[in-house]
Design a protein around this ligand. Sequence first.
Ligand code: PGA
Length: 257
Amino acid sequence: MRTIVAGNWKMHKDRAEALALIGVLKDVQVPTGVEVIIAPPFPFLAMAVEELKGTSIRVAGQNCHEKAQGAFTGEVSASMLASIGVTACIVGHSERRQYFGESDAIIGEKIQALLERGITPIFCCGERKEERMTGSHFDVVTEQMKGALRMFDNDALKKIVIAYEPVWAIGTGLTATAYQAQEMHGHIRALLHTHGASVAETVPILYGGSCKPDNAAELFANPDVNGGLIGGAALDAHQFSELIRIAGERERSAAIR
Ligand code: PGA
């Protein structure tokens, strides 16, 4: 299974800053077996697609609306994203759930809309701090997965990328330990196994939450951690390039095993 390094820029950077970062990334040597995705804000997506033509780096949205079109002021549809060459899209990020009230049911509809347009959904799940403290984190993630993914058949599930992002680790500098990450990723993999081995062996599970060059090697070394969804460290060309290199090391050691 490939190793993915995906950068979620959130609401950061202006046009010149975005261009500068893309300019560095387009010269990065992407190691064999590694897939690099960047998710800049909407106004820079078309530019990112243009600038990255001829490279293997994919461009993702950070969100989309679940409907194909209509009177939804301020929203962006999956078909609009597809029409400018965007090939992936983050859905259900905890910030969308928390600040924009996105439910698992809506997230499921967004995934459906993306799949209909041939866009890879990067589905985010993860527990809040109090849920981990009370020991309900496995149940929370199970419910999020079931709530958003229950309507999909195996062919559809195989097209999804999952990102486990414990909310308490996002932007806080706190990272799940390698053990905690593998434990939850193993749980997610087991849930995927209920749809059959072919689903479980196809769907990449990324870790997100203060993942940086100094902890990525340890996190990525876990068998069920297939790369990372990176926030803060994706805004810095040097750190993001380092993460791509570390993902390459993971691929190389997997090839030796
Ligand atoms: P972070 O964000 O790396 O800044 O913690 C990760 C994310 O929210 O996707």
